[in-house]
Design a protein around this ligand. Structure first.
Ligand SMILES: Nc1ncnc2c1ncn2[C@@H]1O[C@H](COP(=O)(O)OP(=O)(O)O)[C@@H](O)[C@H]1O
Ligand SMILES: [Mg+2]
Length: 240
């Protein structure tokens, strides 16, 4: 069986792409499927297969009929033809509808040798939290492979609430990453993949020893913390 993990949250800006990059770091060479309005995982180059979503989800729902039903055909075919553990960065406003389609096809996927899993990302933002039980419920067919990452970028989620809305899933946490402004710019430009390739000497020359070392320490820590947060999902992905 080939394992494929969908990273979902219908709210934008919660850290789905950060988490996807973390999985790409941990599961070396894993192909990535990106579904978004425009390609963003540029630093991953040929590892990424990009599928454009139409920006306006509501218009798609309203249009109904064949067009909306066929919307994910190419994505589904890409998943079905996976031969290596694969990660999907499912863009905003797409998670529930895509998971619903995939859930309907689970026997066909099983026949094609594909085992599906779901990783829900949430912040403390009420709109994002409200999506968690919905997504986990659509993901019920993959009960053994449901993961949640609490991204504390906007503060901590009340632990009791988190426990309640994530019942049955494997939960891990990503702390808010505070870093030097220049470190943030490097991260923005090159993603997590650029961090392991940083050249200490070049940073010292460009920013001086003090700031250069701080930038490198900050970025190294961010990379490790993201890799740590994705660990349960990564272990599932690569398990036989
Ligand atoms: N734990 C965190 N600490 C600091 N910044 C974060 C954290 N999680 C996400 N971010 C930042 O928030 C922004 C949105 O994250 P992104 O992964 O693009 O969200 P999504 O893919 O869900 O829209 C990015 O600039 C990202 O670097
Ligand atoms: Mg994204």
């Amino acid at each position: 069986m080939t394992r494929v993990l969908g990273i979902v949250q219908d709210k934008g800006g919660v850290g789905k792409s950060v988490i996807c990059r973390g999985l790409a770091e941990v599961v070396q060479g894993a192909p990535v499927i990106e579904i978004d309005s425009s390609p963003r995982l540029l630093e991953l180059g040929k590892r990424v297969t990009f599928f454009r979503t139409r920006a306006d989800r509501e218009a798609i729902e309203l249009s109904g009929g064949a067009a909306s039903r066929a919307e994910f055909d190419q994505v589904i075919d890409a998943i079905a033809s996976a031969t290596l553990p694969t990660v999907i960065d499912v863009g905003a406003n797409t998670g529930v509808s895509l998971l619903t389609v995939i859930a309907g096809l689970r026997e066909d996927f099983a026949a094609a040798g594909i085992e599906f899993g779901v990783l829900v990302v949430t912040t403390a933002e009420p709109g994002a939290l409200a999506e968690v039980p919905k997504l986990l419920s659509v993901a019920a067919p993959w009960a053994a492979a449901r993961f949640v990452i609490e991204n504390r970028v906007q503060g901590e989620v009340d632990p009791k609430l988190l426990l309640k809305i994530t019942s049955g899933a494997t939960v891990s946490c990503l702390l808010n990453q505070v870093m030097d402004e220049k470190a943030a710019a490097i991260l923005q430009a090159g993603g997590l993949a650029s961090i392991a390739k940083l050249d200490a000497k070049a940073l010292h020359t460009k920013f001086g020893i003090a700031q250069g070392s701080r930038i490198r320490r900050d970025l190294t820590r961010v990379r490790l913390e993201v890799m740590h947060a994705v660990r349960p999902a990564a272990e599932w992905l690569i398990a036989k």
